[in-house]
Design a protein around this ligand. Sequence first.
Ligand SMILES: Nc1ncnc2c1ncn2[C@@H]1O[C@H](COP(=O)(O)OP(=O)(O)OP(=O)(O)O)[C@@H](O)[C@H]1O
Length: 311
Amino acid sequence: MIEIDRITKAYGDTRAVDAVSMTVETGTITVIVGTSGSGKTTLLRMINRLEEPTSGEVRINGTSTQSVKPHILRRRIGYAIQGHGLFPHHTVGRNIAAVPELLRWPRDKVRARVDELLALFSMEPAQFRDRYPAELSGGQQQRVGVARALASRPDLLLMDEPFGALDPIIRTRAQDDLRRIQQALGSTIMLVTHDMEEAIRLGDRVAVMDAGRLVQHGPPAEIIARPATDFVADMVGDVERPLRLLSLIGVAEVLEDGAADGAALPHDASLRDALSACLWTGRDAVPVVRDGARLGRVTFAAIRARAGLQA
Ligand SMILES: Nc1ncnc2c1ncn2[C@@H]1O[C@H](COP(=O)(O)OP(=O)(O)OP(=O)(O)O)[C@@H](O)[C@H]1O
């Protein structure tokens, strides 16, 4: 568990971060979202002591970060930033192995860990282990950057706009990958973004920052349904709110018996996916499958009803 306790950073008269408190449960993703200059990066960098707080404290599993030397602390906290920061003259394998090697893990264990992470990120180890960063696509480099940050099984992974440089389609894939891998490894992640869509998609908890203050902290559905301030409401965007709500509801919730034509959706797809499928192909209903077996269908009318729209 990570406890952030009234942490503050002042630059002269400006409070870049102003008495922010929150608790992050082990094995969850917290996304910190806010406009430019709201203090997100400063908050994140105070957790691994790349910035020293003016006041307040961070505790990781009960231990104050002030009681640990910064370079020791940073071995327990992964850090992934936009542009990934890979060493260009080291292979993918050596890049991922950087912290485990520093921690003097036995060679077999390091190698096994590198291969495990590459496989988790859908990169065939034999094919990618010995390549150099320049021989990878942007999306692959980004995956290696995240794999490296996870390599030593850190207590916490901090990510600052990790997907900022990716184009929107790859970005969605990268977010889905991160979710899957975080669940497989049980990692605890704090991620900074200015993109509310990303926050809602990825966060178990979303923390909204405005002018150095934490204005709302809660599950995505709560942020969407009950924005605490006008600022949060603006960030969520009234116009798109029905669509954002749909992305939080699984097709299983409105599944009904009956046939439907065309390509099927998996049982864990969202209603937003189902809406896209209906609109894209002009269908009134879409079949839903699980492990290749038909479960039923989702109708356009049911989706609209859940979005609060007239059928
Ligand atoms: N070293 C510094 N000296 C003075 N002011 C700073 C310093 N670092 C950050 N600030 C100020 O603190 C505020 C918060 O900055 P921060 O980088 O944390 O915001 P952010 O929400 O991460 O923004 P962005 O999304 O643009 O990166 C800004 O007003 C910034 O100008």
